[in-house]
Write a protein that binds this ligand. Sequence first.
Ligand code: SAM
Length: 230
Amino acid sequence: MKSLPSSREGAEQFNRVKLIKVRMFNRIFHSSLKFAFGRMGFYKCPVARKIFWNLQAKYIDEQWGTLKIDYDVLKDIISLLAVYHILDIGCGCGRLFPLYESLRIKEVIGQDISKSALNIAKERYNYSPYEIPDKSGCIAISQGENIKLINLPISALDFPDSYFDIVISNRVLQHIPLNSIESTIETICRLGKFVYINEHSDTDEISPNQYLFKYDYVRLFSSFGFIRGF
Ligand SMILES: C[S@@+](CC[C@H](N)C(=O)[O-])C[C@H]1O[C@@H](n2cnc3c(N)ncnc32)[C@H](O)[C@@H]1O
């Protein structure tokens, strides 16, 4: 006869079932969200895009928040270029921040349109809320004051030309719709001396959809004077 589980085993089993239920709920919720925003065309509206990414923030963090697959390549690039100022556009929950801290970068601006994603970063790394009322859009600052979280659209970032040694965009430009991709890339090219991008592009086999776009980045960046790719 099967023995009854001990109370600890019972609790573990209960937690496992709860976790599976939460994961199933998350999957269904986010598939419905993608359907609504994608197929029904809500993603075309800037306000809806903000809501979309706010609702996605926790899920993205759970799926990819601890990924360090690109740390080595970024470490090599940052070390090679002697970087002091970084702009991480669409930084999300600050997945790359431990890398920046380990490299002792003087100043990092982590920008995202999703306040929920930035709030996850703020809690995770114990950043202080930024309360000085100004137009910079800064919502939090790291303990060492070298990383700032900014909740503004890319086009609204107020920094001098070539202020950043490198602008980093990991899986962000691919989510920017056709009507604003050129102006976004123009801003990035204005703000950065170098640009690192890791995006689905027009040569990838993945199918585009209403919130995932494929572009010819070599052409786009070339048109703003960035002509050398690796
Ligand atoms: C797939 S996640 C990538 C997060 C992060 N770059 C990383 O590598 O972990 C896409 C991120 O882009 C942000 N995003 C989407 N559209 C954006 C826009 N127009 N401006 C800034 N961030 C945007 C989302 O809020 C989300 O955090």
